[in-house]
Design a protein around this ligand. Structure first.
Ligand SMILES: *[C@@H]1O[C@H](CO)[C@@H](O)[C@H](O)[C@H]1NC(C)=O
Ligand SMILES: *[C@@H]1O[C@H](CO)[C@@H](O)[C@H](O)[C@H]1NC(C)=O
Ligand SMILES: *[C@@H]1O[C@H](CO)[C@@H](O)[C@H](O)[C@H]1NC(C)=O
Length: 240
């Protein structure tokens, strides 16, 4: 897993956009979730103050986003939930500590919770993955909703750049269940970020195992190891 520099992304995006406009009549529905940003949510304990912060750090000490305690101010949304929108580059090698300036979880001298895209936390850790897009609360009639879902982000190697103009399917099994039928479920494509995405409901399962195919001979099964994720993970595969 790696993050690439933004100039490279920009160039590639430009090329791929040009391709799409000039060469491809493909029409797709917009991605089911936001690809530039992601949000985390925290359900505040009742006895905490109303100003909540998320302190985000990396266990790699060279990789601190913001060193000053207490961290980023979170926005109060509804029913005691707070939200913070972040860019993808802050995931997945980071940890988060929530605080009101006096109290904190996890406690002093304990390791933070794993920073996970779209995760909803309470004081015990992650309690679900949100269905919502970041900033959803600007629509007053939309409520925070979460569950045991996998929001999968997948970007294949650019060595097969023509893949970006094709369909991509997620061939997967949930927990110890059966694999879905080949080629799998059609993913949504975002030409701007070149990520394929899909949301999969994991029900009561603790894990998901995935491979990806274009249905025409391209298979990415992670060098025969498949992509395995525990529930409430960063379901993020960037092989660009
Ligand atoms: C940080 O923690 C994650 C998960 O706990 C681990 O996979 C990763 O290797 C760690 N990174 C460093 C630099 O220690
Ligand atoms: C945190 O969420 C879990 C899972 O929904 C729940 O069982 C637990 O009671 C919650 N803890 C608090 C302190 O609200
Ligand atoms: C706001 O949210 C409601 C409920 O999810 C939805 O039906 C409606 O289309 C949304 N409005 C806008 C402008 O997105």
């Amino acid at each position: 897993m790696k993050f690439i520099n933004s100039f490279l992304v920009f160039c590639t995006l430009f090329i791929s956009q040009t391709f799409l406009i000039n060469a491809s009549p493909i029409k797709r529905t917009p991605p089911s979730f936001e690809l530039q940003n992601t949000a985390i949510y925290f359900k505040k304990p009742d006895n905490w103050n109303n100003q909540i912060y998320a302190y985000i750090y990396s266990n790699n000490s060279n990789n601190v986003i913001k060193s000053e305690w207490p961290g980023f101010s979170m926005r109060s949304i509804d029913d005691g939930y707070y939200s913070l929108v972040l860019q993808h580059k802050y995931f997945p090698d980071f940890k988060v500590i929530f605080t009101d300036g006096q109290n904190q979880v996890p406690g002093v001298n304990q390791e933070g919770f794993v920073l996970t895209m779209d995760a909803v936390y309470n004081q015990t850790g992650i309690i679900g993955i949100s269905y919502n897009k970041p900033y959803f609360y600007y629509n007053k009639s939309e409520k925070l909703a979460y569950g045991n879902i996998a929001k999968v982000y997948y970007r294949p190697s650019h060595k097969g750049v023509d893949l970006y103009l094709k369909d991509m399917y997620a061939h997967f099994k949930i927990g110890s269940g059966e694999w879905n039928n080949i080629p799998g479920e059609l993913m949504e494509y975002d030409p701007y970020t070149m990520f394929y995405t899909i949301t999969i409901d994991l029900g009561k399962a603790e894990s998901i195992t995935l491979t990806f195919t274009d249905g025409e001979g391209y298979w990415d099964n992670n060098n025969e190891m498949n992509y395995e994720f525990k529930k409430f993970s960063n379901f993020f595969i960037d092989n660009y």
